[in-house]
Ligand binder design. Structure first.
Ligand SMILES: [Zn+2]
Length: 279
């Protein structure tokens, strides 16, 4: 199976679906991460905090945009290695991008057609009013996927191709059933418990934006722990499917068949993250 992730910023792939990707990598799936912007201006902790010191390190305060971007790319490359992402492609657009850009849609479409993924993962486009770069990234990603599906050998010299499923990640809604939220909820969970240590280690690489150490453990304990509660496992990542699914029969998952309702809630506090992965 081939999976492509399309996210706005360097760390988004790891925070949203790093555990899921690690499990797919372990199964032998091929993963390409497409990052739309360079991330040079967001979460600039390392640089902002240095300037606040009485005697700042001049090597840090003198860093220009190229240095900052190079450092972010090195952090992402190390995180991608830990997760098992086969290839990282960065388009290096400005990270405050908040409007749909036709050229960027073309670039996305070309990369989608080149890799021909079975599945694409992107942010849930959750706020169409405030110009949120994650929503803009997903609007462009959806359009890029659709544009790639119009490529023809006659006109573009490319084979016909379409993505089979798109998963939106990171919708902060974790009701365990359909009725409580009028249907808007994450409907697919991946159990990342076996690889949670790799997600911690991958997040530990993002030192320049202070995603390492306690923040990594807090985010995974709280968000992936809450997703785990909803999923009936220790740690999980949550997704919404974009396309409906068609089955030969009504589906029931292996997890649902095997879950024990008595111990279901005990499962999600089994691993003491901070004790097992100290920082
Ligand atoms: Zn982001």
């Amino acid at each position: 199976v081939k999976i492509m992730t399309i996210f706005a910023h360097p760390a988004d792939t790891i925070t949203n679906c790093g555990g899921t990707l690690a499990r797919h990598a372990d199964r032998g799936d091929e993963i390409v991460a497409l990052i739309l912007t360079h991330g040079g201006r967001i979460h600039a902790n390392k640089y902002v905090e240095e300037w606040r010191k009485d005697d700042p390190d001049q090597a840090v305060t003198a860093a220009g945009l190229d240095d900052i971007i190079a450092n972010k790319k090195a952090e992402l490359a190390r995180a991608a290695d830990i997760i098992g992402i086969s290839k990282v492609i960065t388009l290096d657009h400005d990270d405050t991008a908040c409007t749909v850009d036709e050229d960027m849609v073309d670039q996305i479409a070309a990369h989608v057609a080149d890799f021909a993924p079975d599945m694409v993962i992107m942010d849930y486009p959750k706020n169409p009013v405030v110009p949120d770069p994650h929503t803009t990234a997903s609007v462009m990603a959806l359009n890029g996927v659709n544009r790639a599906a119009t490529f023809m050998r006659n006109l573009d010299g490319r084979e016909e191709f379409w993505v089979k499923q798109i998963f939106f990640a990171g919708l902060p809604v974790t009701a365990v059933e359909l009725l409580s939220l009028q249907g808007i909820r994450n409907d697919t969970y991946v159990d990342i418990t076996p690889v949670v240590g790799r997600k911690v280690e991958a997040m530990d690489q993002f030192v320049s934006q202070a995603y390492h150490g306690l923040f990594a453990r807090k985010l995974i304990e709280s968000w992936n722990g809450e997703c785990g509660r909803a999923a009936g496992v220790n740690y999980a990542e949550a997704f919404c499917r974009y396309y409906n699914e068609t089955h030969a029969h009504l589906p029931v998952t292996e997890h649902a068949l095997n879950v024990d309702p008595v111990t279901r809630h005990v499962e999600y506090s089994r691993i003491n993250l901070r004790a097992e992965y100290p920082c």
